[in-house]
Design a protein around this ligand. Structure first.
Ligand code: C2E
Ligand code: MG
Ligand code: MG
Ligand code: MG
Length: 277
C-alpha cells in the first residue's frame, strides 16, 4: 500500500516536472516576443523616502508583465526563468533604458533605481551597456542606482565585483538589495562599492512581533552608519513599522506606507499591481 502510494507520488512528481519544464519554455518564448515587440511589459516606480524629511530620494523600477492570456504576471515568476538564458540581459537592458528615460521627466531630480540580476552581472556585458544607455538618454550617471540582490554568486565571482567597481567609477550608485536573506557576509561588504543597503522586507514584516528582528534591523542600521552607508528598510506598510525602523536608525524607507509601485512614480499612488505581491 505504502509502496504504491510512494510510486504514485514519484510518478506524479516527474509528470509535474515535465509540465513545469514545458510551462517554462512557453513562458520564455512569450517573454522573448514581448521584449522584442516592446509590448506587454510595463515599468512601475515605487518611492524610496528619506525618513527624516519624507522626501522621495529615489524610485525603484519594478517590471510587470501584462500577458493577454495570464493577466499581470509577477517578476518573481518570470525573472528566475529569464535568468536561465540571455533573456535576462534583454530584460534588464530594456528596463534600464526605459527607466533612465522616465527619470529624466521627474521634476524633483530623484534617482532611479534599477534591479540587475547577479546572473547578468557575472557575464561582463553590463558595463558597456550602461555607459551606452547613459549616453543615449543623457541621464547623469549620478542619478542611476543599480540594485543587486545578495546571493552567493555575488561573492564567488570576481567579475561581478570588477563590474560593480567599474560602474561606480562611472558615477553610478550601487545598492545591495534584500540584505539578510542570502550570504549575509558582513565581512565581504567592504570589498564592494555599495553606497546603500536595503534590509529585506521579511525583517520589517516580523519586527513588531519578534524583538530579534527589530534587533537585526538596528544592528544593520548601525553597522551601515559606521561604514558610511545609507540603510533602507523595505516593506514598510504601517505607521508602527515606520516608527520602529526610524527608531532603529534606518535612513530611508520603502513600502506601501509611503507609496505602492505605480505607473507614475511621481505620486506613488496605489495601482493595478497591488494584487501581485
Ligand atoms: P525587490 O527588488 O526586493 O523589490 C521589492 C519588492 O517588494 C517588489 O516586488 C515590490 O512590489 C514589493 N513591495 C514594495 N513595497 C511593499 C510592501 O510594503 N509590502 C510588500 N509585501 N511588498 C512590497 P515585485 O515588484 O513583485 O518584484 C519582485 C522582485 O523581482 C524584486 O524584488 C526584484 O528582485 C525583481 N525585479 C523586479 N523588477 C526587476 C527588473 O526589472 N529586473 C530584474 N533583474 N529584477 C527585477
Ligand atoms: Mg530591488
Ligand atoms: Mg528588495
Ligand atoms: Mg525582494
Amino acid at each position: 500500500e505504502a509502496k504504491r502510494a510512494g510510486k504514485g507520488r514519484v510518478c506524479f512528481f516527474s509528470e509535474d516536472l515535465v509540465t513545469q519544464a514545458w510551462e517554462q519554455v512557453r513562458i520564455s518564448k512569450k517573454l522573448r516576443s514581448a521584449l522584442i515587440n516592446e509590448e506587454e511589459l510595463f515599468l512601475f516606480f515605487q518611492p524610496i523616502v528619506e525618513l527624516k524629511t519624507g522626501r522621495a530620494v529615489s524610485r525603484e523600477t519594478l517590471v510587470r508583465w501584462n500577458n493577454p492570456l495570464r493577466g499581470w504576471v509577477s517578476p518573481a515568476e518570470f525573472i528566475p526563468i529569464a535568468e536561465q538564458s540571455d533573456l535576462i540581459e534583454l530584460l534588464d537592458d530594456f528596463v534600464l533604458e526605459k527607466a533612465c528615460l522616465a527619470a529624466l521627466s521627474w521634476q524633483d531630480g530623484a534617482r532611479v533605481a534599477v534591479n540587475i540580476s547577479a546572473r547578468h552581472l557575472g557575464r561582463n556585458t553590463l558595463v558597456p551597456k550602461v555607459a551606452f544607455i547613459l549616453r543615449k538618454t543623457s541621464l547623469p550617471p549620478d542619478r542611476l542606482e543599480i540594485e543587486v540582490t545578495e546571493t552567493a554568486e555575488l561573492h564567488l565571482l570576481d567579475r561581478v565585483m570588477e563590474d560593480l567597481h567599474a560602474l561606480r567609477r562611472m558615477g553610478v550608485h550601487i545598492t545591495l538589495d534584500d540584505f539578510g536573506t542570502g550570504f549575509s557576509s558582513l565581512s565581504q561588504i567592504r570589498f564592494f562599492p555599495f553606497g546603500k543597503i536595503k534590509i529585506d522586507s521579511s525583517f520589517v514584516r516580523d519586527a513588531m512581533e519578534r524583538p530579534e528582528c527589530a534587533a537585526v534591523i538596528g544592528a544593520i542600521a548601525s553597522i551601515g552608519q559606521r561604514l558610511g552607508l545609507r540603510v533602507v528598510a523595505e516593506g514598510v506598510e504601517t505607521q508602527a513599522q515606520h516608527d520602529l525602523v526610524t527608531a532603529e536608525g534606518c535612513s530611508e524607507g520603502q513600502g506601501y506606507f509611503y507609496g505602492a509601485p505605480s505607473a507614475d512614480g511621481r505620486y506613488g499612488a496605489p495601482c493595478l499591481s497591488g494584487g501581485l505581491d
